[in-house]
Design a protein around this ligand. Structure first.
Ligand code: GLU
Length: 450
């Protein structure tokens, strides 16, 4: 029994893995699970900064250095008022296995602060990032721990964070990813999570014999970096995107047209200015539903891509998606679905075989972001930049392999009826976990007790 304080989000992520059929077949892995679930190191620090009125402000900063079996700790920084250790431990825990599924050499970590970027000026953001990195720079580096963006941290914040690191440590190194294109960033990194999600779903569609994105209706939640590029890629591939949202409400497309690229681009500008979706002057093409997520308001859709934040699909919303004929749900967010929602999707999949809804967990379907971060690290090490086409091709291949890895592992470990679609959640959980704990075993981090 743990005597830790209650960590609901972390416990949810942990239980998702613990319930896997792997531990019935391989009980020795129970020891490994015990070891891997404790972070190698947690750093918590004070961030003092000055707002535009000259008033002192203070926040909690964190970095959870979870696991370094496969490479330097790697994972984003989240700036959001809800950030606490439970949130960062769940994100870091998921990140370990996600990074393993990319096939690249990256360990797992996550960090951030309980800082609210909304309503802050650019100068306030810069001063906060500077203060945050003055402490964090003592604990990270290109060979140690390589942060990146997450909710509330994009290209602008990464630039400020990089600048402070360089000044403090007197080193120009690839210690953060998502950098600007002309100073060490990789092409396609901003697009990578959203594009990768769509490439992953393309594999699902193909395997299930349901064609491609052309003509499909797609519901997307969120309006940040992941949702924006997922929407643009869906539109490019001939799908109709029917929703986007933020924490205050949802925009639902009226009629059959859906979002156009110009709508998505205008919304991206609004979000860069840290404004709510209500600031979008759309001239009546959309219905705005205050305080609601899109799922029960989108009607019939073929594909749902939760791309906002954790636990953004409830059991009831899952049931509505199923009864409205949605066949594919893949997370662009981390732990986008509650466990109850996943249970609804998984029960359907088992019951209805090939015609059922098919669910993909974020650790597989959204691994494209961190995968291109890994490619950015590789380019930085070589001091060269690859072309857009080269990065995009590699991203496609990584998403295909992440899909096949989860699929084939499910076929190997999980009993299934004839014609049933393999469980991507079980397969991806097992594939990521086994890869990491085998490396830990080789490195002497755990062993079978006599
Ligand atoms: N925050 C992203 C994720 O959840 C990206 C992490 C990275 O690029 O290191 O995977």
């Amino acid at each position: 029994m743990s005597n830790l304080p209650s960590e609901p989000e972390f416990e949810q992520a942990y239980k998702g893995l613990e319930n896997s059929s792997l531990f019935e077949k391989n009980p020795e892995y129970k020891t490994a699970l015990k070891v891997v679930s404790i972070p190698e190191r947690v750093i918590q620090f004070r961030v003092v900064w000055e707002d535009d009125n000259g008033v002192l402000q203070v926040n909690n900063g964190y970095r959870v250095q979870y696991n370094s079996a496969l490479g330097p700790y790697k994972g984003g920084l989240r700036f959001h008022p809800t950030v606490n250790l439970s949130i960062l431990k769940f994100l870091g825990f998921e990140q370990i296995f996600k990074n393993a599924l990319t096939g690249l050499n990256m360990g797992g970590g996550k960090g951030g602060a309980d800082f609210e970027p909304k309503g802050k000026s650019d100068n306030e953001i810069r001063r906060f990032c500077d203060s945050f990195m003055r402490e964090l720079c003592k604990h990270i580096g290109a060979e140690t721990d390589v942060p990146a963006g997450d909710i509330g941290v994009g290209g602008r914040e990464v630039g400020y964070l990089f600048g402070t690191y360089k000044r403090q440590r007197n080193k120009w190194e690839g210690m953060v990813t998502g950098k600007g294109g002309n100073w060490g960033g990789s092409l396609i990194r901003p697009e990578a999570t959203g594009y990768g999600l769509v490439y992953y779903v393309e594999q699902m569609l193909k395997y299930a014999g349901k064609g491609n994105f052309s003509g499909k209706r797609v519901a997307i939640s969120g309006s940040g970096n992941v949702a924006q590029y997922a929407a643009l890629k869906c539109i490019e591939l001939g799908a109709t995107v029917v929703s986007l949202s933020d924490s205050k409400g949802s925009l639902i497309a009226e009629g059959d047209a859906g979002f156009k690229p110009e709508d998505v681009e205008a919304i991206a500008d609004i979000k860069l200015a840290r404004q709510p979706l209500t600031a979008y002057e759309h001239k009546g093409a959309f219905k705005y539903i205050e305080g609601a997520r899109p799922w029960v308001h989108v009607g019939k859709v073929d594909v749902a891509l939760p791309s906002a934040t954790q636990n953004e699909v409830s059991e009831d919303e899952a049931k509505t998606l199923v009864s409205n004929g949605c066949l594919f749900i893949a997370e662009g967010s981390n732990m986008g679905c509650t466990q109850e929602a996943i249970d609804v999707f998984e029960a359907e999949r088992k019951e209805k075989g090939g015609e059922a809804i098919w669910y993909a967990p974020g650790k597989a379907s959204n691994c494209g972001g961190v995968a291109v971060s890994g490619l950015e690290m590789a380019q930085n090490s070589q001091r060269i930049s690859w072309t857009r086409e080269e990065v995009d091709e590699r991203l496609k291949l990584i998403m295909k392999e992440a899909f096949e890895n989860g699929l084939n592992t499910a076929k190997e470990y999980v009993e299934a009826k004839e014609g049933e679609l393999p469980s991507l959640v079980a397969g991806s959980n097992i594939a990521g976990f086994v890869k990491v704990v085998q490396a830990m075993h080789d490195q002497g981090d755990w062993w079978e007790s006599m």
